[in-house]
Design a protein around this ligand. Structure first.
Ligand code: BGC
Length: 395
């Protein structure tokens, strides 16, 4: 069968996503470090990928990929290791990181909070306390003042629904609470901080797009005719997908979509009939779902969308190439139907520390040997490079 080439819009951003805690190593001032010490995770993060010392070498991969953008995060606990004391050394480090990207002509997408907080903040405050609004804003403001000239897109908060649900309802992430009231308060406080950072950033430089990323799942009823199935889907969409986005409505220039999950909901329990291929974390691969959620986000928010994360753990690299192509096919379909998708970021550039699950899941286009930190691009790295280079995908 002859192949078809799907072209993407001019100026489309092709990138890869990462987060500081998962790759830098030795983030010993962070609440997650304490969480690991308390035995709450499968493994400790330790030196992670040592990106902190090897970022220049790792950025060379971006040039080889021919991607034009990179998503990194700033580690709050390095920048503000003590309450209201900002470390010039840490800020200079991030300046070096971003400057190196600029030198390599890579656009910078910078996340301010990818789930990890300084120990002092978690001990004394936490996001359920109202003071957190001002404290997180102060940190965000500092980053804009010190590094704003090197940032192309700001992501204030990565997937608020994850730390909120896992940290305040399920007790699995710091601060390990199971408390509905604390959860609601934390959500409100985080959204207020976001709004303040948004307004401050607009004051300083209107042109930098500011938003958040959402782990926006494709929920659908197992039985479309069943009222209860439909009702649960509506409820889940409301509290998981949309709750935070609605709170910051009017204070975002784009929506960052992180797409990983398809959930078929049945009143009798979760049931994914005809479950498609499953990866090592037991997640179903369902590229059609990205089209559905893109349409839904457009309809609800009518903002430009960046796919800020999409990926799978696949150590043998057997599924990754088709995974990427299939998702891009459905993204393209949405673009053809006038959804304004402005970029795609694969998660992740390299294998990294997968939170509760430790180092076993391997999401990287680049394989990491954790014994000697050697990097080795997988086959799919070159496939993705072809897509970035050609601004299109062959299917
Ligand atoms: C998170 C990443 C994580 C990825 C894969 C996303 O929800 O932002 O930190 O590694 O999923 O699980």
């Amino acid at each position: 069968m002859s192949k078809k080439k799907l072209k993407f819009p001019k100026n489309f951003l092709w990138g890869v996503s990462t987060s500081s805690y998962q790759i830098e190593g030795n983030n010993s001032n962070s609440d997650w470090w304490e969480w690991e010490k308390a035995g709450k995770t499968k493994e400790k993060s330790g030196q992670a990928c040592d990106y902190f010392n090897r970022f220049r070498e790792d950025h060379n991969f971006l040039q080889e990929l021919k991607c034009n953008s990179f998503r990194v995060s700033i580690e709050w606990s390095r920048v503000e290791p003590e309450e209201n004391f900002f470390s010039a050394e840490a800020i200079n480090h991030y300046r070096d990181v971003l400057q190196d990207l600029k030198k390599k002509e890579i656009k910078t997408v910078v996340t301010f909070w990818h789930w990890t907080s300084p120990i002092w903040f978690q001990k004394k405050y936490g996001f359920h306390r109202k003071e957190s609004r001002e404290i997180f804003f102060r940190y965000g403001k500092k980053i804009i003042d010190e590094l704003g000239d090197l940032i192309d897109i700001i992501v204030t908060i990565n997937e608020p629904m994850m730390p909120l649900n896992f940290g305040f309802l399920l007790g699995k992430f710091p601060p390990g609470k199971m408390n509905w009231i604390a959860y609601r308060k934390a959500e409100k406080n985080l959204s207020e901080s976001h709004k303040k950072i948004y307004l401050y950033s607009k004051e300083k430089d209107k042109k930098i797009p500011v938003g958040v990323t959402l782990l926006y799942n494709f929920f659908e009823p197992n039985n479309k005719k069943n009222f209860l199935d439909r009702w649960i889907v509506l409820f889940l969409k409301k509290i998981w997908n949309d709750s935070f986005a609605q709170k910051i409505n009017g204070y975002a220039d784009y929506i960052g979509l992180d797409y990983y999950f398809h959930n078929k909901i049945s009143f009798l329990g979760r049931k994914n009939e005809n479950k498609k291929v499953v990866d090592v974390m037991g997640w179903e691969i369902y590229p059609e779902g990205i089209y559905e959620v893109l349409k839904e986000i457009k309809e609800k928010y009518n903002l430009p969308i960046y796919v800020m994360e999409n990926g799978l753990p696949d150590a043998k690299d057997k599924l990754r190439k088709d995974f990427i192509k299939d998702h891009l096919k459905f993204i393209h379909k949405a673009i053809e139907e006038n959804v304004d998708v402005k970029g795609y970021f694969y998660w992740s550039l390299m294998d990294n520390y997968e939170w509760l699950w430790g180092y076993n899941p391997r999401f990287g286009l680049v394989e990491i040997n954790y014994e000697n930190f050697k990097r080795h691009p997988r086959k799919s790295f070159y496939e993705y490079a072809k897509i970035c280079r050609e601004n299109g995908v062959e299917i």
